[in-house]
Design a protein around this ligand. Structure first.
Ligand SMILES: [Zn+2]
Length: 350
């Protein structure tokens, strides 16, 4: 190498490190970047929104990224869940683990935890504890209320987001400052709601909403909470419009941020739940660790069994059963919790 080449490299090096384009943005700067590196973000749900959020935060250099997801990769995810590949779907890799592997390939300088779990009252302290911000990548109201209870109780900011068809919405919740999720949505939406299965969902809208959520998270983690847009962002990317509307003010009678009653954090076992748009039911009534190797042995001959360290998949004539090591299962081929429960009992006992 010539002396000139060495000099050129030395001079250009500080301008060309991993985060240089980010630290050059003066509202963030090196100091904001340094804060990002010390921060912990939790992404709950690694589907379309969660993969966008996690991808952006990992590349931005958030020091610890905790990924929580209960599901596994399927080929119908690939159209919008930007981290996954055909190979992940082929082996039905749990999304949290698949995401962890792909994100480490993009940034090996950060810590990434994969939790193959369904967030509920029993594990919420473990999974959300220590978070500096929580990002909503879930698909259901119940889990959002649980996140909201935890976040308001502990004063942790979180970013709500949702998308279906070509429409999406994002909103920050800053406990003690802005309205909370329950102030804005006191009751679950009434009646049948459009789902990603019934109404479809387009990748560009989930990418936009996930990106808006990631941007607000970056502001918070970089210590720039004053710059968070205290607005509800909505976008219809097919027919328009894209807009911001004012957040309602805090409801002083809100059970969560007004009266500080955190009912979701103390609710007991969960009933089986029909999964959004999946023709599938999740069974998660009791925590009972399952030895997947032993189970694979006992199911051999009754149908097709495939197992790895993360999950076991069993197919009989009618249903497909995916069992996780904590005893949780997803039964595909029905939306009826009663049928799902009997399929579970048939193969795993009561
Ligand atoms: Zn509230």
């Amino acid at each position: 190498m010539s002396p000139d080449a060495i000099r050129l490299q030395t001079v250009s090096e500080p301008h060309n490190n991993r985060y240089s384009r980010q630290t050059r943005f003066s509202p963030l700067g090196p100091e904001g970047q340094e804060r990002l590196g010390r921060a912990t973000a939790v992404v709950v749900g690694c589907g379309a929104l969660g993969t966008v959020q996690a991808g952006l935060l990992a590349r931005a250099g958030v020091g610890t990224l905790r990924l929580v997801d209960r599901d596994y990769v399927e080929v119908s995810n690939l159209q919008r869940q930007v981290l996954y590949t055909e190979a992940d779907a082929e082996v039905a890799l749990p999304k949290a683990e698949a995401a962890r592997r792909h994100l480490l390939a993009a940034n090996s300088n950060i810590a990434i935890e994969a939790h193959i779990s369904d967030l509920d009252a029993g594990n919420v302290e473990e999974l959300l504890g220590g978070a500096d911000v929580i990002l909503d990548g879930t698909d259901n109201f119940e889990t959002r209320l649980l996140i909201n209870d935890f976040a308001v109780r502990d004063g942790v900011p979180w970013i709500y987001g949702a998308a279906v068809s070509a429409y999406g919405i994002a909103m920050p919740v800053l406990p003690g400052d802005s309205a909370c999720f329950r102030c804005v949505y006191p009751e679950p939406p009434a009646g049948a709601q459009p789902t990603c299965e019934t109404a479809g969902v387009l990748g560009p809208v989930t990418s936009v909403i996930g990106s808006v959520q990631a941007m607000e998270a970056i502001k918070i983690l970089a210590g720039r909470t004053g710059s968070v847009r205290r607005k509800i962002f909505t976008a219809d990317l097919w027919a328009g419009p894209v807009r911001e509307v004012s957040m309602p003010s805090r409801n002083i009678d809100c059970p969560t941020c007004g009266r500080r009653e955190f009912v979701c954090l103390t609710s007991t076992n969960r009933a089986p739940v029909s999964l959004c748009g999946r023709n599938a039911v999740q069974i998660h009534e009791r925590r009972r660790p399952v030895d997947l190797v032993a189970l694979a042995g006992s199911l051999a001959g009754l149908g097709t069994v495939r197992a790895n360290e993360f999950a076991l998949r069993f197919q009989d004539l009618q249903y497909e059963l995916t069992v996780f090591p904590d005893g949780r299962a997803i039964i595909k081929g029905t939306t009826d919790p009663g049928i799902a429960r009997s399929v579970y009992s048939r193969y795993l006992g009561n």
